[in-house]
Design a protein around this ligand. Sequence first.
Ligand SMILES: C[S@@+](CC[C@H](N)C(=O)[O-])C[C@H]1O[C@@H](n2cnc3c(N)ncnc32)[C@H](O)[C@@H]1O
Length: 283
Amino acid sequence: MAHHTHHHHASDDETGMAELLDLDAEVLHPLLTEMTALLEELAGDTPPRRILDLGSGTGAGTLALLQRFGEAEAVAVDASESMLLRLHEKARELGLADRIHTVQADLDDEWPPLDTVDLVWASASLHHLADPDRGLREIFAALRPGGLLAVLELDSFPRFLPEDLGFGRPGFEERCHAALAEQRGHDLPDLGSDWGPRLSRAGFAVKVERVFDVELTPPLPAAAGRYAEATLRRGGARLRGLLSPDDQAVLDALLDEGGPHHVLRRTDLTVRATRTAWVAGRP
Ligand SMILES: C[S@@+](CC[C@H](N)C(=O)[O-])C[C@H]1O[C@@H](n2cnc3c(N)ncnc32)[C@H](O)[C@@H]1O
C-alpha cells in the first residue's frame, strides 16, 4: 500500500477520535453490514471494483466495503496521518493492505487527483467540510456515470445513560446533548443536515434514504462501556465551562476511573444512536 504523508505526531485529539471511531465501528457493526448489503443489492450485477472512502478515519467503511466486495480496491482519503496509519495497521491484520491506497489530503483545499471510481463512501465526514456542497460536486466528478455515492451521517452523538443516574440530577445526558448541540451550531453547522436535497442539487439521483435507529440493551457488546466512556470524555472536553457546577460534578464522577461512580461500573447502560444513510447515483 502506498502511503503519502506529511510527518507529524498524532495530537491527543486525534488519538481520542481514532479510539472513538474504532469503538463506534465495533459497537455499530451491524449497521455497516446492512449498509454494504444495501450497496451490493443496488449495484446489481456490476459490483464496485474501485471505491473511494472520503474522510475514512480509521477505515471502518473502507474495510467493511473491501470485505463485502472481494474484487474491489479502495482509496482512503483523510486529512489525518495518524488515522491513515491506524487504517493501514488494521488492513494488514485483515490481509487487505494490498487492496488499499491511502492519500493524506485536506478536502477543504484543492482535491488530490483521483481516478474515476464506481462507489464513493462518505461516513460522518461531509459535515466536517467547510463547503460540503462543493465536496458533493467533486464527488460527482470522481464517479463514473452509473456509479453510487453512499452518505452516512449522524444527527447527534450516541446516548448511553438512563434518565435518572441516581445522583438527584435527572435529565443529565439530555442537558449535555442540548449544550453540545448549541455549540455545534457554531462549529459544525452541517451536522444533522438533510442531505437528500443537497445531493439532488449536486446532480445526483437519490435512490434510498434510510434511518437506522440503533437501540442496544444489556447484555451489551464488550466494547459498549468503553464506547460510552470515550464519548463522554470527548463530549465532556467540549462541554468544559458550559455545564452547571452540579452537572459538571456528575460528569467528573462518571469519568473518575478510581471512583465508585465510573461509567464502566454501571450495569444500566444502553446504546441509542440514530444514523441516516443516503444512497445516490450519478446519472
Ligand atoms: C467523524 S470521522 C469519520 C471517520 C470514518 N468515515 C467513520 O465513519 O468511522 C471524520 C473524519 O473526517 C476527517 N476529516 C475532517 N475534515 C477533513 C478534511 N477537511 N479533509 C479530509 N478529511 C477530513 C477526519 O480526520 C476524520 O477522520
